[in-house]
Design a protein around this ligand. Structure first.
Ligand SMILES: [Mg+2]
Length: 382
């Protein structure tokens, strides 16, 4: 009875509670194959992990920052500094989550660091009430559609191999990275073999407004969307470009808050939003953005950052929330890692859907031996 009551309190009004132990770790796990984008190629996943222990409950945060500032300015090291020096000291046990978010706003930017702390706290709240994480976010149990992000490949032949493999696994949509010189012919080749495949492209900001005529040629390929064609901090020029394209623009790197999303939508800079919970300050802001987008008829999906099983599970729970109607970047663990730090790894069901991990909290178990195997740094804060 009390468990059912607890979930009726919105997550914003739940108290942080006492935190008995705090640890920060950095893990480095090799990728099955390097992941290439127009800005950088990564051959391993380096992630900052936050472990919060409250009594017998443990909540985990995974910072989505890379060790380098090539995707966005935050890095593993900058996030560790902001978390340790500015965010953790704000964790007063009596504070409600909504009030904590207001205090976090005084610290400008650093959304990835903030998300790491907030997401771990939300798991503790879910565990205390015996509920799965998605329920305290207002989500309902459902199978999550899958999507794969295919990095830049060496050849069109290699790209086609990747797409064939993904289609055979029943992924619901395929995203391919593009950049100058690896765009029109590459998309054309995929379309020729897969005329009906739900397909989209992601440029990670590789183009400028001067490329509008070139990008307009992508309209021939009936893409679901083109993600972040222009600069990583731009909104306004995307609004000019969107007027010249039939294909929907989706913004990723430019959107860090609900205010950014509202500005982009008001300007007509995008028709779809990629909500990466780690990029927008955490799950609560993600839920607010999804509600806003639904009210404005803007498509929403959950983007991925090649997360370990912790971040992957966070993204799965988020997609149980109303509004996440388009397939996201959530893929099978085995596509990225031979071994993960959690059990169970994400696997697609025969129809390509992803089940939400069962049980209270995140529903996945961090395996201590694997954590130690892949940890390159460990700091006990409290
Ligand atoms: Mg992107």
């Amino acid at each position: 009875m009390t468990e059912e009551k607890a979930v009726e309190i919105p997550a914003e009004q739940q108290r942080i509670g006492t935190i008995d132990r705090i640890d920060l770790a950095v893990v480095r796990i090799p990728f099955v194959q390097p992941f290439g984008t127009s800005v950088q190629t990564w051959s391993c996943k380096e992630a900052l992990l936050l472990r919060l222990q409250s009594g017998s409950h443990v909540g985990w945060g995974e910072c989505v920052a890379d060790p380098d500032p090539y995707y966005l300015p935050e890095t593993t090291e900058s996030a560790r500094y902001i978390i340790t020096r500015f965010l953790l000291p704000l964790l007063d046990p009596g504070l409600e989550m909504g009030e904590l978010a207001r205090q976090f706003r005084r610290i400008r930017g650093n959304q990835m660091a903030k998300a790491t702390v907030e997401n771990a706290l939300l798991q503790l709240i879910a565990l205390r009430s015996g509920e799965p994480l998605y329920r305290i976010l207002g989500g309902t149990d459902r199978r999550i559609p899958s999507g794969l992000s295919i990095g830049l490949q060496e050849s069109i032949g290699a790209l086609l191999e990747e797409v064939r493999s993904a289609v055979s696994r029943k992924y619901h949509r395929i995203k391919m990275k593009i950049q100058h010189g690896k765009d029109l012919d590459w998309v054309r080749a995929v379309r020729a073999e897969f005329p009906e495949l739900p397909l989209m492209v992601d440029a990670n900001g590789d183009y400028s407004l001067a490329d509008a005529g070139h990008l307009r040629r992508l309209d021939d390929f009936r893409l679901m969307m083109i993600e972040q064609p222009l600069g990583y901090a731009d909104i306004y020029r995307h609004s000019i470009l969107q007027k010249q394209l039939e294909t929907a623009i989706c913004l990723d790197e430019s959107i860090h808050t609900l205010e950014d999303a509202a500005a982009a939508v008001d300007l007509g800079a995008c028709r779809i939003l990629n909500i990466k919970q780690g990029r927008v300050g955490g799950l609560l802001e993600s839920v607010r953005m999804a509600a806003f987008a639904a009210g404005r008829k803007i498509g929403v999906w959950s983007g991925g950052m090649d997360e370990t099983g912790i971040g992957r599970a966070l993204n799965i729970h988020l997609q149980a929330v109303p509004g996440f109607d388009l397939p996201g970047d959530t893929s099978e663990t085995a596509h990225y890692f031979r071994e993960d730090i959690i059990d169970q790894p994400v696997r697609l069901d025969p129809e390509g859907f992803i089940p939400i991990p069962p049980g209270p909290g995140l529903g996945v178990e961090v395996i201590p031996e694997r954590l130690m195997k892949y940890a390159i740094a460990w700091h006990r804060i409290r």
